[in-house]
Ligand binder design. Sequence first.
Ligand code: SAH
Ligand code: SF4
Length: 359
Amino acid sequence: MPATNKKSIRELDERELSEWLKAHNQPQFRFQQIHDWFFSKLAVTFDDMANVPKSLREELAQDFAPSSLNPATTLHAEDGTVKWASELFDGTKVETVLIRAPERSTVCISTQVGCPVRCAFCESGRLGFVRNLKTIEIIDQVILASHELGKRVDNVVVMGTGEPMFNLDNLIPALNFLCSAENGLSISARNITVSTSGIPNGIRRLADQKRPWNLALSLHAPNDRIRAQLIPEKNRHPIRQILEACAAYNEATGRMITFEYVLIDGINSSETNARDLAKLARLTHAKVNLIPLNSSSTTWKAPAKEQCHKFLDTLTSYGIQATIRLRKGDKIKAACGQLVARKGEEKHQPEADTKKKQE
Ligand code: SAH
Ligand code: SF4
């Protein structure tokens, strides 16, 4: 079914749905049935509602959309990872990834169509910025993955396309819905992680929510000089200011910050870089997650495996809690921005200044 601009059934509050049922001469017990299907049983079509008459399903479909997403491409990897590129009502696309692990399942969701930050190594950045996702478009990605899984996902990572801090107006209500036990999915706030390229005002605003959501900072460099090679000036802030905002976040929420650090050979992966990063991590009481570069669209490469492990060892020798991220779903290009980028390659060219920095 194509995605439409009709109001989503999940956007209706109790009063609106009750009134709609009344206006359509439906008994009120249908309210609970519809509510159960769309909030507990993770329905994605009206036909999923087996105990609701076809005529009512059709009437609902005339006025509302069962989902704001139309999964246009679905890729399954052998390790169970699933990646969707879903079409939205305006024809734009958004990507979502479900990562299965024996002990827990994680969905990686997007917050924007394209991304205005345009980091030099990131395919989402290459797409340029199109628009912010609506609250329901963020929520429906979690529903889509949960529906595939057959039960609600355990973890949500806001690490897909887009800079979450530029869409807090829509993201915060979406996260509140996901965590709400009364009228949402009851996901534990501690199982939600928001990743940012480092927007101090946004980090502070998220801190003001005082919710124990995890914050991941895409630091990628131990100093501003190296960082300037990776993140274009327009949306880049001094590391000192970002770390101050992270400290405020930690103070307000009690959550430890994670630094994400994409390892790029010859750019940010030397022994000195590791030592300088360790010092920043210690200062911020942060964990470090190393991500060897997935180099599909740049001339840069990830360092050799041994070098990545040496970098990790240096961090741990400083007492820093650090890991190297295992890549799941590599064969289906389950990394940030890759599915949408592949489909629209001819339309989106890298920015001139980004290109130069890579040469
Ligand atoms: N915009 C946010 C969240 C989405 S990106 C942010 O930048 O934090 C999620 C993570 O994937 C970021 O840490 C990002 O730097 C990383 N990433 C993007 N492109 C990558 C690539 N080609 N290889 C490895 N990691 C990449
Ligand atoms: Fe945007 Fe994050 Fe990609 Fe940078 S890494 S371009 S901030 S999505």
